[in-house]
Write a protein that binds this ligand. Sequence first.
Ligand code: NAD
Length: 272
Amino acid sequence: MNDSLDLGLKEKVAIIAGAGAKGDGIGNGRAAAILLAEAGAKVVVADKDQELAERTVQMISERNGHAVSVAADLTKAKDCEKVVEYALNHYGRLDVLDNNIGIASNLSVVEESEEYWERVMEINLKPMFLMSKYAIPAMISSGDGGSIVNISSISATRPKGLTTYSTSKGAVLSLTQAMAVDHGGEGIRVNCILPGPVYTPMVYASSSYLNQEGMSSEQRSQRQNASLLQIEGEGWDIGKAVVYLSSNWARYITGHLMVVDGGCSLSARARG
Ligand SMILES: NC(=O)c1ccc[n+]([C@@H]2O[C@H](COP(=O)([O-])OP(=O)(O)OC[C@H]3O[C@@H](n4cnc5c(N)ncnc54)[C@H](O)[C@@H]3O)[C@@H](O)[C@H]2O)c1
């Protein structure tokens, strides 16, 4: 292979924060974990739910990749520190961090409860701050720079009825660019992905998403039709963007806000 085509991920070590997914579903985090392992990285699958994390590890092992799971509540500083230490102790270095954790809300400020507002802010932002806080020094000491990918949402720039969620995801954009400025000189690239509607367990199996169980076929086709390409986004689409931004191919890219939405955010149609 032409060396310039090498993604440069072989022997690199990646932490995916929130790499579990319900059942055998392909969430954005699980997809990124599987694809990074297929690209040759050693993957630390961190999730508060050990069973979901272990299933991701099994899926990677079935594809002959290398991964370990760590159960951790990544809203807690000591758990974030533990995950980074685990990566260093187990694999000896750290190069990539995918900050994937997030929960949704579809209420207005009038309808939203104070408790749920605080929960969304805590889960959607704190793990990104804390994981980066411990990961960046570990990446620097590993000696080959590093890549952080923060998962936002197109709701950050096109809020349509997901007010608390949009606010938290907007903060992810600022956090990404501020971290890129602070740590570019240390060789750490920090980028952000803004996924559009993606058919993942988060949306089809979680009662916390849109405050309901499952998704009707009408809602599903509405999401699909929101894409200019008239195709449905998958966790794999987000995982592939994470691999690209983590790779050598993106060596000149930092502070970038990458929309991965099939053109949804260009369409005028409102989401349901
Ligand atoms: N699916 C979509 O349509 C869509 C669209 C835009 C953005 N996103 C974003 O993509 C990301 C999630 O994608 P996904 O499909 O992988 O979700 P997912 O719900 O399948 O997976 C998220 C994982 O995070 C874990 N988690 C939650 N809180 C945690 C905590 N405190 N500590 C450790 N782990 C925790 C969960 O156990 C779960 O396994 C979110 O940031 C979400 O906002 C999704």
